[in-house]
Design a protein around this ligand. Sequence first.
Ligand code: PFF
Length: 475
Amino acid sequence: MVSIRESIHGEWSSRWAFILAATGSAVGLGNIWKFPYITGENGGGAFVLVYLACILVIGVPIMMAEIMLGRRGRQSPINTMRDLSIEAGHSTHWQYLGWLGVIAGFLILSYYSVIAGWAIAYIMRASSGVFTDASVEVIKNEFVSLVGDPEKLIAWHTLFMVMTMVVVARGVQGGLEKAVKFLMPSLFIILILLVGYSMQNGEFNMAVKFLFTPDFEALFYKTDAQGNQYMSWNAVLIAMGHAFFTLSLGMGAIMVYGSYLPAGTSIAKTTFMIALADTVVALLAGLAIFPIVFANNLEPGSGPGLIFNTLPFAFGHMDGGIIFGTLFFILLTFAAWSSSISLIEPAVAWLVENVKISRAKAAILMGLACWGMGLLTVFSFNIWSDLKPLEDIKIFKDATIFDLLDYLTANIMLPLGGLLIAIFSVWIMSREASMEELDMGDRIGFKLWRFLVRYITPIAVIIVFLNVLGIVTFK
Ligand code: PFF
């Protein structure tokens, strides 16, 4: 039954190709752009600790579950979920889990592409030397003038969307496998060089303290616009949501990549490698950025512009800064690129399977739709920056459309997808089927996985959800 399923989209050429592609999906804007700024907004150390705990006890087991489901189903997440639920003798309603993922991926890509566009714009700026010896103010102005100009943002967003769809249209193996092999190690080397620079020139000790000394007050207590302090568990939801986002979980990206995984590869080992690489990159990004933030009295909680306001300063004041700066933004673009293709792959795979159109046509269609959706994000940085659609709700008081899209996808849709994946893998799918697919025998590792996915993940996700909805409160 199961072993005869084959993917109509082909397979990765090897286990390593899968590891690189999945790491390419995981390592992206989430690690280098988002992790530092949300850590800054949520007070540092305690947030990092909660995030690391989420990676270990929720992220790793869910990633194993997603790869397992993908490889067993060998199709897009929608069809995989349908077939696996039939196999388990349950309702095919589980295919809606696949739909949830496809929609989440679509929404994420719509804003991801706009932010990746900033990275491309910064390749130009860094290489032309605008940052050389520039003051913090000049650098801040560069950023403000970029995001304040919808035409520029649309142009870069368009370029990035086209780049994404070109790769997706060609199929993942040919171009991507080769590209990630070179890009991932290069990104790693550049990050280490930047950490070296920050060690020598920034307030490295302050940054280490900020990132690794847990201050739970800073995590739980927020101050509103009137200066009143209030307690909120929202930061825990953000940390958990980010664990899903950074590992590309909860929406079928890893599931669809898993569906191209050759049989016989150890899912547990590959998952550990991917999660470790992803975490190391995020921490290195923090260690590269915060020393510069503290040395220049920049605001760690300054939001999405954080890396665009800090790193250019470092590049502007170091030997070879033009080259390093340019290289950094090229690599950031590539990191985003290898993630963006995985965001839309579930939708494209489904179109190819069900509507029977070619991959190229499917990619163009999805690209156009997603590009249009991206305009909402473009405008929320300029002409609609005062538009706060949910300002009557305390935590969304200052949230723009972009903030809301980010919150909805990363903090609600991905954890919800993860919760359903967990429930399906251990409560619906038979124990035998998961044991066969994970191929770990009935040993401690398999038992631990089942325990985490059966109890810990669902309970953690549900508690955090209920708390944020105000149904359960902790004091
Ligand atoms: N993991 C990517 C990042 O950290 O930038 C973002 C992402 C890619 C999220 C693919 C979800 C996904 F399915």
